[in-house]
Design a protein around this ligand. Structure first.
Ligand code: NAP
Length: 488
């Protein structure tokens, strides 16, 4: 066993001398670990790996984007600024000279599973959930029907996000009663002037400022006692200035006020309170909670104009069944926020039914349920799209614990894989390239009287990477043609 590698050389959050993070300690006696995905799950895994002074590891954090932080940067609502402290804590992962960021490298496009297994002592897949579930009802493909995931990516400034237009949109239906629906409803409900303090791209702020949305619907196929949003998020939405809230009276029928758990009881209380209060003056937007309804069709000629819903109830086995009653609400934009789904990683086992990589406590399993040596998984691709950012910490601890137990007595891969990758034509962007993007976003913010303005165009991001360091070369293709759309 060799001595531990020292850590802590730089401050990605801007509190110490910046480093290039392209050539950390390359001690040949260190274990080399690849983590695919530099979002919260991957970053927590890296932190756990380098926190063990008795196990010398070098961690390469790959990401298909030139920016680390994944869902923390692109999925957390921009007005949730308190999460920035989590971002700062996760950024400290790169303070360690044992952690290297290799951006714009995509598994399946630039490198293969075989490449990784041939160059590293262990590989951890932490790619999150980049797809979303479909309603599978007629009319879902009409313009004006989309996923909350795409909408969130747009207002979060993701480089792959398609621009969204709110022109002519008066009524928006969010299907699903989870935190994503609540986030989207809040962003649509807020006075855009209050969003200037966020890091949203300017074009997004401008589009929200033009919004003519008057009505926002949140639609649950079950009752408020089954809603999956958290009370804090619900209360925040209900407290939006100028927001009138309607909840149909029968939503509360059949709720046994003695039995619900604390969260459910608090959710129902918040909803009852909001439903019973007088409308604000003036009413800026109206939020309608519609429970016990599920979409059966989207209607419209050239684009969505209405959403047809079936009244639902619980069947004897607890499944949601249609009662036969149908109603239609006006909707110019329908956003399904019914859950995310991970996608198959090329060559890596995948459970299509559950939408995860099959695993036992983070150890990847093959089709026969046998543990695959050297392959691990953490985050949403391990457990499914559930839990908040912090859930990833304990999840990563479990995976990394097993990884460390499984490491062979001596490292098997003494060589730095980076020169070989370059020979293959793969030119990762570096952590310093991200720092150049970071600095440019702050400068753009300063010029506009805002704290930060996200840079969302691939061409701008890659230009900053090129200008920021000689190693930064865009991956195959021109910078203006975005890679296939998958979001971490
Ligand atoms: P979610 O919490 O799983 O909620 C999905 C909702 O969609 C549920 O209400 C579900 O109803 C409904 N649904 C599923 N399939 C449906 C269908 N076919 N038709 C109608 N409704 C359907 O998912 P999410 O909102 O996407 O959130 C994902 C995760 O991210 C959650 O863990 C969430 O807490 C987290 N998140 C947290 C924050 C935050 O902390 N601020 C923000 C965003 C996301 P049923 O219950 O009946 O299945």
């Amino acid at each position: 066993m060799v001595e531990a590698v020292p850590s802590g050389n730089a401050g990605p959050s801007g509190n110490a001398a910046p480093h290039r993070n392209a050539a950390p300690s390359q001690d040949s006696a260190c274990y080399r670990i690849a983590i695919v995905g530099a979002g919260p799950a991957g970053l927590f895994a890296a932190q756990h790996l380098v926190s063990r002074p008795d196990v010398p590891v070098l961690v390469d954090l790959f990401d298909r984007l030139p920016t680390p932080f994944g869902l923390l940067r692109y999925g957390v609502a921009p007005d949730h600024t308190s999460i920035r402290s989590v971002a700062r804590a996760l950024a400290r992962t790169f303070d360690s000279d044992r952690v290297r960021f290799l951006g714009t490298v995509e598994l399946g496009r630039d490198i293969t599973r075989r490449d990784l297994l041939g160059a590293y002592d262990a590989v951890v897949y932490a790619v999150g959930a980049s797809d979303d579930l479909m309603l599978r009802v007629p009319g879902e493909d009409l313009p004006g029907s989309g996923s909350a995931r795409q909408f969130v990516a747009w207002y979060g400034g993701h480089p792959d996000a398609e621009p969204q237009s709110l022109r002519g949109v008066h009524s928006v239906a969010c299907v699903g009663v989870g935190n994503v629906a609540v986030d989207v409803a809040r962003i649509l409900a807020k006075d855009p002037a209050t969003l200037a303090g966020t890091d949203m791209p300017e074009a997004v702020l401008a589009e929200l400022a033009r919004s003519e949305v008057t009505d926002i619907w949140i639609i649950g196929r079950r009752g408020p006692q089954f809603a999956s949003y958290t009370t804090k998020e619900l209360r925040e939405l209900l407290a939006t200035p100028g927001l009138a809230v309607s909840v149909e009276a029968d939503a509360f029928e059949g709720i046994d006020s003695t039995s619900p758990d604390r969260r459910t009881a608090a959710n129902i209380e918040a909803l009852r309170e909001a439903a019973g209060r007088a409308d604000p003056a003036p009413v800026r937007r109206r939020l309608h909670f519609l429970f016990w309804h599920r979409p059966i069709a989207l209607h419209g000629t050239e684009r969505v104009e209405a959403l047809e819903l079936a009244r639902t109830a619980l069947g004897p086995d607890g499944a949601v069944v249609a009662t036969g009653q149908v109603r239609t609400i006006p909707a110019d934009l329908v956003l399904r926020s019914i859950g995310y789904r991970s996608t198959r990683l090329p060559g890596v086992p995948f459970d299509e039914e559950r939408g995860v990589v099959p695993n036992r406590e983070g150890r990847v399993l093959d089709g026969a349920g046998r543990v695959l040596s050297g392959e691990y998984v953490t985050g949403w691709i391990k457990r499914g799209p559930i839990g908040v950012i912090g859930t990833n910490k304990s999840d990563a601890a479990e995976t990394v614990g097993h990884l460390l137990e499984d490491l062979p007595p001596l490292p098997r891969h003494p060589e730095d894989p980076l020169p070989g990758l370059r020979l293959q034509g793969v030119h990762p962007t570096t952590y310093d390239d991200w720092l150049a993007i970071d600095a440019a976003e702050l400068a753009r913010g300063e010029a506009l009287g805002r704290a930060r303005v996200k840079i969302s165009a691939w061409s701008d991001l890659m230009r900053l990477c090129r200008d920021g360091g000689p190693d930064a070369v865009p991956p195959g293709g021109t910078p203006d043609s975005p890679p296939p759309q998958t979001l971490y």
